[in-house]
Design a protein around this ligand. Structure first.
Ligand code: HEM
Ligand code: HEM
Length: 229
């Protein structure tokens, strides 16, 4: 057995679907603002597509929060969210660890929170003309607040993604850790220098995937319910 299963299939699908949906939401909202050229002539209702991708992001983040509690070993928050002492020890030795490294773990939490808040605040957002989120009429003060959060956070999100990509490039190119391959196949080679106390594998069988599908359906149902207000 030469490989260690680190990322279960649901976690990997979550990651790559999140990338597609975040990019989709961003592309659509920017296309909605373009008034000339072929993009504006396609007749696409860009804001409706922006909200659809946004609902998908909200569903995925909800799924990930539950999966961080009931998912397999390396997907659990308790496995990778660690305190400052462990982070300091990691920075001293910089040893390869299976799963998220202690420092990267905090950027994972920051991204999950930031995109969760972005998609959640979108429910209250409005462009004051044609398109509004389903909860934008609930309470004017709340709506104004979340609308400004939704608009102000753009550069925070971009900064987090750029930081994420730089960190992945650093570990892949300079430290020669096959992180991207692991996020595609789920596995890391066993000969990577794993600390002795971390031999665990993530469970990734039919039962795991069925459990994930049920959680995802429940999350999608909650978001669908919110979208119908
Ligand atoms: C919009 C763009 C992206 C977002 C929002 C994003 C978000 C995330 C999140 C939330 C995680 C943590 C996974 C989890 O445990 O839940 C993660 C991990 C990861 N992402 Fe991304 N990602 C993006 C783009 C990319 C791209 C383009 C690549 C590859 C070139 C990539 C490679 C990875 C890898 C390798 C990990 C695992 C890191 C580790 O081993 O600790 N991501 N990403
Ligand atoms: C992670 C998911 C989302 C991302 C990354 C995102 C991103 C953005 C950004 C960057 C803007 C500002 C565009 C600009 O001023 O140029 C925006 C505006 C907006 N978004 Fe989202 N959004 C997301 C989810 C949602 C959702 C779920 C909804 C509603 C269901 C929504 C509704 C709106 C509305 C109504 C605007 C105002 C458009 C305007 O002022 O012209 N968004 N979004």
């Amino acid at each position: 057995m030469n490989n260690i299963r680190v990322w279960d299939l649901p976690l990997r699908l979550f990651h790559w679907l999140l990338v597609i949906c975040v990019a989709g939401a961003y592309f659509c909202v920017k296309s909605a603002g373009i008034t000339e050229g072929w993009l504006s002539e396609t007749g696409t209702d860009w804001m409706t597509w922006h909200s659809r991708f946004g609902y998908a992001v909200l569903t995925l983040i909800l799924f990930r929060l539950v999966w961080g509690i009931i998912g397999p070993y390396y997907s659990r928050f308790t496995q990778f969210v660690v305190g400052p002492r462990t982070i300091a020890a990691y920075l001293r030795t910089a040893k390869w660890t299976a799963g998220h490294n202690p420092l990267g773990a905090w950027s994972v939490i920051a991204m999950l929170l930031a995109f969760g808040v972005q998609a959640g605040s979108g429910l209250f957002a409005s462009d004051d003309i044609l398109f509004e989120g389903p909860l934008s009429d609930l309470n004017p003060a709340l709506s104004r607040f979340f609308n400004s959060v939704h608009h102000a956070s753009e550069w925070v999100l971009i900064a987090l993604v750029v930081l994420h990509l730089c960190a992945i490039a650093y570990y892949s190119l300079l430290r020669r850790q096959p992180l991207i391959r692991a996020m595609v196949t789920g596995d890391i080679p066993a000969e990577q220098h794993l600390p002795a106390e971390q031999p665990a594998q993530s469970q990734d069988n039919a039962a795991t995937r069925l459990r994930a599908a049920i959680v995802l359906l429940l999350c999608a149902a909650i978001v669908f319910w919110l979208s119908q207000f």
